[in-house]
Design a protein. Structure first.
Length: 689
């Protein structure tokens, strides 16, 4: 329980001073300005007073029990301070001080010693190198943090890794008149972890939604578990910073080069039902909608406007967001017709026209909210000087009161009328200034419910020969090398992954037997760990129709590669739609599965999607649909589609293989031929660590 951190009964500030530019001073100031409900104890060896609080020379002298301390003294003094706090029975220490993990090896050591010391006393460390926490719950009102954004109670709780970003999120909620609930920027995360805090927020009744910014995941699995438990009842909005490629994976496979931090974060967010953003402003704008509106139960949007253009912008953005334009019932249409001006347009958007008055707006909003086919409403209104805009705002508010469907309002006006925006916001309506922003906020809310309400299943039990697979993997564990082709295909076979017949060939003398096993037409391929792209180096001979051809192909190919290279003869399969399935180790998380279309789609367009292994059936189906090229698999313009069930099965089996054997650090099935019936993996590369 983190009550001692977020609901401390008493706070001490170690490093408190009368220097107004010191962190300790500002923490004291913030605690007192925002009316912390418990006692505040500045600690300073000189004693005296800091602001109006009596300072103690040591925390040991404080006469009361202390749950939380804020520490901002130099890292050199930290061990002594931690010891004193421990002896005093302090439960949580926020360490603002820098000079730890972020400065390298020495700092890492310092951090480790600090945590060990704290744990000896049962004390937990928050930070170091962190800005601190806040809880705006009026029962507590704790601003144990050294920054500047005023604290006002709200219902969005914020977790940020860095203080600068955390403050940014808070600031922009504040700027639109919303406060926040709990806040923290967790810095180095040396002891208390982000998932622990997330779990605490998840259980907090006053937190309606959680907004987070993450730079790196210390424990991705823990995050995934905690977030997955929260999102069924509470939205999590997140940004993963640092979306550049991490070069930690070998570049020899497509999966390896395409996977990066961003892909990993997206895969985790999707699995956990977290709404991901790539833009801070959009995340905050969405949060303002989550703060007051009930997320929609479907994708159908109704739009109301008093001017044409912005209505069209709202339509365009809604469609890009994956929303669907709602249609009205006959009765709804009739009511619009009788309530609005004759020149109003009654479709979607409803254009009430510029001269529309407050009653027109009321009728339009009320009608749409009562339509069964409408899941959400965007109301646009330009403050036409010949209308009573205050009355319009009032009536919009009346029409939305008590509705369980989300409504956003977009007001086009200039500063003289900003009071109107404040009034709408004060009546719990999110207000934006661009039509697109309203659609995006609703789109984000729908992304949440679509994730929340999707089919959730466990990864299925599959019939596999795990022992056979284990025997192959065991032979190569520790090699950190690519499996010989015949063994890689045997591994696929053990997991029921369809592939052509193969036979291993070491020398010309093996060809006859190999041809008998495989049959004609067949393919000859070089089999060497050094040859990454076999066809580029003349290591693939296709369309061999008899033994004589096979022998001459072998003669030509074996001249090209070093003595001692191995080869395989493989059954030739008819060409199909090429797809690629890969799996790659994702440290701390397990394995990520990649799906894409082969050839230029993967090489040029990078049209691939990732998911966390092992996949459930719905996840496999979602993953296939996550690529832009999916319609090609369904079949377009007379071209037949492929056997999606077979592809789904393949995804499940590859993901299961990757999850069962973490030492398979890299797997690339490229290409797989997918047919109108069935699919077959004609090439595979697997690296075992
Ligand atoms: P690499 O990717 O190392 O160049 P592949 O084994 O993928 O080698 O072969 C190159 C191409 O040859 C494949 O993309 C596929 O189009 C074709 N091919 C490979 N094996 C077969 C096969 N068994 N049947 C039909 N075509 C094949
Ligand atoms: Mg290949």
């Amino acid at each position: 329980m983190l009550d001692g951190l977020f609901k401390p009964r008493a706070v001490a500030v170690i490093g408190a001073s009368n220097n107004p530019y010191s962190i300790g001073h500002i923490v004291i100031k913030n605690l007192s300005t925002y009316g912390f409900k418990g006692p505040i104890f500045p600690i300073n060896p000189k004693g005296g007073h800091i602001r109006c609080f009596k300072a103690f020379q040591s925390i040991r002298d404080v006469p009361e029990e202390i749950d939380l301390v804020n520490i901002s003294v130099s890292y050199k003094l930290i061990p002594d301070v931690i010891r004193e706090c421990g002896e005093k029975g302090v439960k949580f220490a926020i360490v603002h001080t820098a000079g730890f993990k972020e400065v390298g090896e020495e700092g890492i050591q310092r951090e480790r010693e600090m945590v060990e010391l704290a744990h000896r006393y049962g004390m937990r460390i928050f930070g170091p190198n962190s800005q601190g926490i806040q809880n705006a719950d009026p029962e507590v009102s704790v601003y144990a943090n050294f920054t500047f954004v005023p604290m006002k109670p709200g219902n969005i709780s914020i977790i940020a890794q860095g203080g600068g970003m955390g403050e940014m999120l808070k600031l922009h909620l504040h700027n639109v008149g919303l406060g926040h609930r709990m806040y923290c920027s967790y810095g180095n995360e040396c002891d208390l972890t982000m998932p622990e805090i997330l779990e605490y927020y998840g259980q907090d009744e006053g937190t309606r939604a959680i907004m987070m910014q993450i730079e790196s995941f210390k424990d991705p699995k823990a995050f995934l578990e905690v977030a997955s438990k929260i999102t069924p009842h509470k939205p999590i909005l997140a940004i993963k910073a640092g979306r550049t490629r991490e070069g930690s994976v070998a570049v020899s496979s497509h999966t390896g080069t395409l996977v990066d931090q961003a892909a990993m974060a997206t895969a985790m967010f999707t699995k956990a039902g977290v709404v991901e953003f790539h833009d801070t402003e959009q995340m905050v704008k969405a949060a303002t909608a989550f703060s007051t509106q009930t997320p929609p139960t479907g994708p159908r949007i109704g739009i109301i406007t008093n001017t044409g253009g912005p209505g069209i912008q709202a339509v365009d953005e809604s469609v890009s967001q994956g929303l669907v334009l709602a249609k009205w019932s006959e009765a709804g249409r009739a009511r619009l017709k009788e309530s609005l001006y004759a020149e109003a347009s009654l479709g979607n958007p409803v254009d009430v026209v510029a001269t529309a008055n407050a009653d027109h707006y009321f009728a339009a909003v009320d009608t749409l909210l009562h339509e069964d086919g409408v899941d959400m409403v965007e109301v646009f209104f330009v403050t036409a000087p010949f209308t009573d805009v205050d009355a319009i705002a009032r009536r919009i508010k009346e029409a939305t009161a008590g509705s369980q469907k989300p409504v956003v309002v977009v007001v086009e006006t200039y500063s003289a009328w900003y009071g109107l925006i404040d009034k709408l916001r004060a009546s719990d309506l999110p207000v934006y200034q661009f039509a697109e922003d309203g659609a995006r906020a609703l789109g984000a809310m729908r992304r949440y419910t679509a994730l929340r309400d999707r089919e959730r299943e466990a990864a299925p039990e599959l019939e596999v020969e795990r022992d056979a697979a284990e025997a192959i993997v065991a032979r190569h564990r520790g090699s950190n090398a690519f499996l010989p082709q015949a063994e890689a295909f045997a591994l696929l076979a053990a997991y029921g992954i369809p592939a052509p017949k193969v036979a291993r060939v070491e020398a010309a003398a093996d060809l006859t037997a190999a041809a008998e096993t495989v049959g004609f037409p067949c393919v000859l391929k070089v089999d060497s760990a050094e040859v990454v792209h076999k066809s580029d180096e003349g290591g693939v001979a296709l369309g061999i129709s008899d033994l004589a051809e096979l022998k001459s192909a072998f003669k030509a190919m074996s001249g090209r590669f070093a003595k001692g290279a191995s080869y395989i003869v493989q059954e030739q399969r008819p060409a199909g739609r090429e797809i690629i399935i890969g799996a790659t180790e994702s440290p701390g998380l397990g394995s990520l599965v990649m799906f894409g279309l082969g050839g230029i789609f993967v090489e040029v367009m990078k049209d691939v999607a990732f998911a966390v292994a092992p996949l459930s059936r719905p996840e496999a189906r979602e993953l296939m649909r996550a690529i832009k090229g999916f319609p090609l698999l369904e079949g377009v313009r007379g071209e037949p589609g492929v056997d999606l069930a077979a592809v789904e099965e393949l995804l499940l089996r590859v993901s299961r293989l990757a999850a069962d054997f973490p030492s398979l650090v890299e797997m690339d099935l490229n290409p797989i031929f997918a047919y109108p019936a069935g699919a077959s993996a004609v090439d595979v590369r697997i690296r075992v660590r």
